[in-house]
Design a protein around this ligand. Sequence first.
Ligand code: PLP
Length: 430
Amino acid sequence: MTDQSKIQGIDVTDIAEQFGTPLYIYDGEQLDRNYRQICGPLHPSVEILYSLKANPNLSVCSVLGGAGAGAEVSSAAELAVARKAGIAPADTIFLGPGKSEEEIAAALTGGVYALICESYGELDLINKVAETVGVIAPVALRVNPQEAARGAGLRMGGKPRQFGIDEGLLMSDPDLAERYHAIRLMGVHAYLGTRILDEDMVVENTTQILGMARRLSGRLNFPLEMVDFGGGVGVSYFSGENDPDVEVLTRGVAAAVGEFRQHHPETRVFMELGRFLTATAGLYVTRVRYVKESMGQRFAVTDGGTNHHMAAVGIGSFAKRNFPMSVLNRSQEPRDQRWNVTGPLCTPNDTLGKNIDFPEVRVGDLIGVHRSGAYGPTASPTRFLSHGYPAEVLVHQGTPLLVHERESVDDILRRQPVHKVLTTKRNQGN
Ligand SMILES: *Cc1c(COP(=O)(O)O)cnc(C)c1O
């Protein structure tokens, strides 16, 4: 096991001293390794798109873009971040069930490789915006597959959803492409779920989606310039879970894509990855402000909590499951006590860890939540109790760089206009 209290040889306690807590620390080398681990065996048959949703930090995105990833974006801001990170529009796709007219226009004028269309209503709007902008819009259909993938436990697709268009509807609409004069139908997209730990299921999904894409392009009579088979590759967080076997996964995906390529040698094939690329590269660091006991249980109250790391609450499970955690400045000491780790919020839900085996915790200690690089602060209620967005640091080639400033009280007040009619002077006149 690698020493979890160091990143690229730098003591995390030193980084916390320099930048303060609470903060997120990202390891640039780990981001790079994660990308290469999947891209290496699949390139050049499959191109990897980074799903910015998992971690839209500009510098994180730059590292992954620099490694070779394209981008899958779902908002005007994510599109701008991907551009600023140096990812070419030709390697960027725009997706999402509720795109605004402005976002569609920005994607078209920005020259994205494909708009991933999620409904008939959106087809109408894309066609209209494309006419106004004066372009032919490259559009791939996001499809909700008819058949659910059968795989260990999880069943994805084949159920009513707000995402994509039902496969059955599309199959019974063979002249869809002809109705939209400003749209070039050019591809198929499907995404069947997140945090998939079973490598065989990823392979099965891939095979199924590639087959579906061929059927659809035949039936609707459009050339398959691209297929995006999603991904949803997970990482383990909780006890009893295992990381997917990436070697088996890439071998299976390569075989499925190889078979597909015999019929479609020119098609660009994409895999989207968010969590897999970023999760293991991130560490959330909090400092212990108080230690206390209540009814026989020990509590370490820290300066950051679920306002920055909602995922650590473990939504969706009855019993609280803990992310991997450690006392960063006591990594050598035996874990012979039971602790609860809670944050500064005034709600019992603000619990990062419950009944964790820790060494004795003292005020000033640093507690780290590992594997926290995906769905961290941007997927958390950072304004809850107005503590604001945490600082983010990227360790790049041995140097820690501040890549997102901590939000200040002024930042929080600045966006709230003061209206004269609402200002009362309570202490005057009585
Ligand atoms: C969220 C999302 C992703 C990223 O999912 P991960 O599980 O983080 O890899 C990819 N594609 C689509 C369409 C998504 O909604």
